[in-house]
Design a binder for this molecule. Structure first.
Ligand code: AMP
Length: 425
């Protein structure tokens, strides 16, 4: 009976080229971390439930994979990295000088409804900069995201930027409690603006919020100016708008960055206190990554008050974006060949040649099935190898092999000393 086993709903196997595309993205994320001075930390996939639910926000809390281990501990699969990093910062890294720049990459788990670009197990690269409340720290997080996405070869990407402090400033001054404010942001995150406005009791406050949500400008400076004048008289909201201006002013010094400001923009995680952002490409409606400032989170985990800003990139979505734009990184890395000995007696010689090619960085599938030449060539064709290196007695006597180009079917005898060069050319 054929096996009918499937992965768990919302989880996937990544095979061959797809796995390679993920590895390439992870390598680029790691290089970006190096370039911006971020240290990698590897934390467990399973954490105490109490830690993960401390401040993840209601939305994520309801979508965690929670279970009891055999020692009756309430644990859960991590739905994001920030709680684990906060645990480190408040314990083992407590006495390290600030700022701390920490990078993580791996799978996270959320019980989301599966669809294109939305899975229950997915990969994130995560960057946290802890210890600075300055706009230059916010700018660094946005700029590293820009660098990473650009070095992946993606094109036409743009940032959507907002500031939680603007709306919070207005709602707090109008006397709304934090819980209701969070509910307002949750509706806004789902673009249910009508529902969000219904939660605002006071007429004046509702009109104020409605006006704010409707602001749209051609460029970021114009939009921030409109926001500033709209929230005149709301002190905290004005400070927030000024902070947004400073951050954008720093970011846009970089010539290759595109930003739009959206005052109606909210993100699902409740812990944000300042600037928030997401990055998109024109071909996809879903964000490739996002983040923001969360100055009170470390206190929630029992640490010293520590301002912080961070972001996470959805690697599964970046892979989809690369596919949509057919960027080259998604394809093969260099040439690949099949090495096939004509007879059993030539196996060890053929393997020696395979090892020399691998040492030169050429990907080799060595014939391990003992098949006849025609069968092995047919297989190499199916696997889309670029070349077959056929090791025969006659050619070997001359220190040469037969090289068959599998794209144009042409073959020629190549001296071993020139084989690498010929394949790479
Ligand atoms: P968040 O941790 O919610 O700030 O999300 C950061 C990024 O992770 C998003 O911009 C997405 O690219 C990615 N992401 C979030 N949820 C999912 C999901 N269910 N499946 C795949 N990627 C996701």
């Amino acid at each position: 009976m054929p096996s009918t086993f499937q992965p768990v709903r919302g989880m996937r196997d990544l095979i061959g080229e797809e796995a390679k595309a993920f590895t390439n993205i992870i390598t680029t994320a790691r290089k970006t971390a190096d370039l911006y001075g971020f240290r990698e930390v590897i934390t467990p996939h399973v954490e105490p439930l109490e830690l993960l639910s401390a401040k993840s926000g209601e939305e994520i809390r309801q979508r965690m994979f929670i279970f009891k281990d055999l020692g009756e501990r309430q644990v859960a699969l991590r739905p994001e990295f920030t709680a684990s990093v906060a645990r480190l910062v408040t314990t083992v890294l407590k006495n390290e000088p600030k700022p701390l720049r920490l990078f993580s990459v791996g799978t996270v788990y959320r019980y989301d409804e599966p669809q294109k670009g939305r899975y229950r197990e997915f990969w994130q690269s995560n960057f946290e900069l802890m210890g600075s409340n300055k706009p230059e720290a916010d700018a660094e997080i946005v700029l590293l995201t820009n660098s990473m996405v650009a070095s992946l070869g993606l094109q036409g990407f743009a940032f959507k930027v907002g500031h939680i402090g603007v709306i919070r400033g207005v709602l707090s001054q109008e006397g709304m409690d934090e819980k209701t404010q969070n509910a307002v942001f949750q509706r806004m995150d789902k673009k249910e603006y009508g529902e969000a406005l219904k939660l605002v009791e006071s007429e004046k406050c509702r009109a104020m919020l409605k006006g704010l949500l409707e602001i749209k400008g051609k460029d970021w400076k114009e939009t921030v100016e409109q926001i500033k004048s709209h929230v005149g008289g709301y002190e905290k909201a004005q400070i927030a708008a000024e902070n947004l201006f400073e951050i954008l002013n720093l970011i846009t010094q970089s010539p290759d960055i595109t930003v739009t400001v959206d005052p109606a923009f909210a993100r699902g995680l409740e812990y944000y206190t300042g600037m928030i952002f997401e990055i998109y490409i024109p071909e996809l409606e879903i964000a490739l990554g996002g983040g923001g400032r969360y100055d009170r989170l470390i206190e929630v985990f029992g640490g010293e008050p520590t301002p912080a800003v961070g972001c996470a990139h959805g690697i599964d979505r970046v892979a989809i974006a690369l596919q949509e734009q057919k960027a080259t990184l998604n394809g093969k890395n260099g040439k690949s060949v099949a090495v096939i000995p004509i007879t059993d007696a030539l196996k060890s010689e053929a393997l020696k040649i395979a090892q020399q090619l691998r040492a030169a960085g050429i990907s080799v599938e060595f014939e391990v099935m003992g098949r006849k030449m025609a069968k092995a060539l047919e297989d190499a064709d199916k696997r889309k190898e670029d070349y077959a290196v056929i090791v025969g007695e006659r050619e070997l006597k001359e220190s040469a092999v037969m090289l068959k180009d599998l794209t144009n079917r042409q073959q020629c005898i190549v001296p071993l000393a020139q084989l690498v060069e010929k394949i790479k050319s």
